[in-house]
Design a protein around this ligand. Structure first.
Ligand code: FE2
Ligand code: FE2
Length: 411
């Protein structure tokens, strides 16, 4: 039923975009049948691929094989989003035409037959969808694995001067179920290891749903090196909550336990509402890690009180929490003295603009803290843009992120 509704919705958008643009496109071709054939061949192919993927989804997702469905679904998404955004000028045009029709009813000098589509709006529709379509395709080809190191100095009160220039590699959102390339993943690991970091932290979303997705990457994850350890937390996707499994079912429990075992096997010290003290001689700081806590409908397994239970608050404290909404909703409202939160989750929507001194992404309307460093009443949060991808198998503007954090004393 859901599938039928999706196909019907795609068909309505297809008809709307086609009827709105066909006359402009056929001006460029003497034979209007070409556009008709190409357009509908592609559209029907999309419907068939959606039906195929829906039927085989259950069998292919919890798999240790790499999964090319992500490419097909992305191509479908790119085609559809381009048509949808391209339809905006057509909708504006239709609203204008509606006003003209209403006017013609009261004005005898104005005939209803004069109400035609505006040529420039039809051209805008084609331009919008064409530019978006090519940009998103370029993002799949050249953005998807275009790993970028983002260097950030972070100043913390009471940070031991002896630990100035302490280097933390912060990675997040590997989404290994859609990463789909072990060699490219190894390239990212080499970039991480080249930094010779003091500490590596991973802030969750190892997989999309099932622990099996991470199996092809076990050897690569084991290779991640750091002087003082590798710490991790869980993200909302690590709980297998998006595949209709009940949390009290045996299947859910088995998957979750295997994911925890896998994190251990690859050398991550997974923090489940708990803390560690990192010591370098006399100098120490706290690393606290909560389970996922997200505002709105996201799961709220994160328990800050439990995680802070035995924390010595005379030491500087860094909190790992997957979802940045946790910061303003819980962390800043609490009495805990948490100097810095490290988060991920937003992926920078894998789409936006980022140049020195300026960054923008539509995701900022959902998450105020969505990429980089933010400060509020002396507390700070750093949000990683994610190393993997989910949904759209590409990146435009906001590249896969390896954050290199240089921690220094404020005094
Ligand atoms: Fe994620
Ligand atoms: Fe997430």
């Amino acid at each position: 039923m859901k599938l039928l509704f999706i196909i019907l919705f795609l068909f309505v958008v297809d008809i709307y975009f086609y009827t709105g643009t066909v006359s402009t496109v056929t001006k460029f071709f003497n034979n209007p049948i070409i556009y008709k054939l190409v357009y509908w061949f592609l559209s029907i192919a999309v419907y068939l691929v959606i039906i195929y993927i829906s039927i085989t989804y259950i069998r292919t997702t919890p798999s240790i094989r790499l999964n090319n469905n992500v490419i097909f679904t992305s191509l479908i998404g790119v085609l559809f989003i381009s048509k949808l955004i391209g339809s905006i000028p057509l909708i504006i045009d239709d609203i204008l035409r509606l006003f003209k029709v209403i006017t013609s009813l009261f004005n005898t000098n104005y005939s209803i037959h004069d109400v035609k589509r505006l040529d420039f709006l039809k051209k805008s529709a084609l331009l919008f969808s064409g530019v978006l379509f090519s940009t998103l395709l370029i993002g799949m080809k050249w953005g998807r694995y275009n790993f970028k190191k983002n260097y950030q100095d972070i100043f913390i009160n009471d940070w031991p001067v002896a630990l100035n220039n302490y280097k933390i590699i912060h990675i997040s959102d590997l989404h290994l179920g859609s990463f789909n390339d072990v060699d490219k993943f190894n390239e990212a690991i080499e970039m991480i290891n080249a930094e010779n970091a003091d500490l590596v932290v991973f802030t969750g979303d190892l997989v999309n749903n099932y622990h099996e997705e991470a199996i092809p990457y076990i050897d690569s994850l084991k290779k991640i090196k750091s002087k003082d350890g590798k710490l991790s937390i869980l993200g909302n996707h690590d709980y297998c909550d998006y595949v209709m499994l009940k949390r009290d079912s045996q299947e859910w429990k088995t998957n979750f336990n295997k994911l925890l075992e896998l994190e251990k096997e690859v050398g991550f010290d997974l923090l489940l509402n708990e803390s560690r003290v990192i010591s370098k001689g006399e100098n120490k700081f706290n690393i606290v890690g909560v389970e996922n806590w997200g505002a709105g409908n996201f799961n709220k397994d994160g328990d800050l009180d439990a995680a802070m239970n035995i924390v010595d608050d005379s030491l500087p404290t860094i909190l790992l929490s997957h979802d940045p909404s946790h910061w303003k909703e819980v962390v800043l409202k609490s009495d805990y003295d948490i100097d810095l939160q490290l988060s991920g989750h937003t992926h920078g929507m894998q789409f936006g603009i980022e140049v020195p001194g300026f960054k923008w992404s539509p995701v900022k309307f959902r998450y105020k803290e969505w990429a980089g460093l933010y400060e509020n009443v002396g507390k700070q949060i750093y949000v990683n843009r994610g190393l993997g991808h989910l949904g759209y198998a590409g990146r435009v503007g906001i590249m896969p992120d390896i954050s290199v954090l240089n921690i220094m004393s404020k005094i």
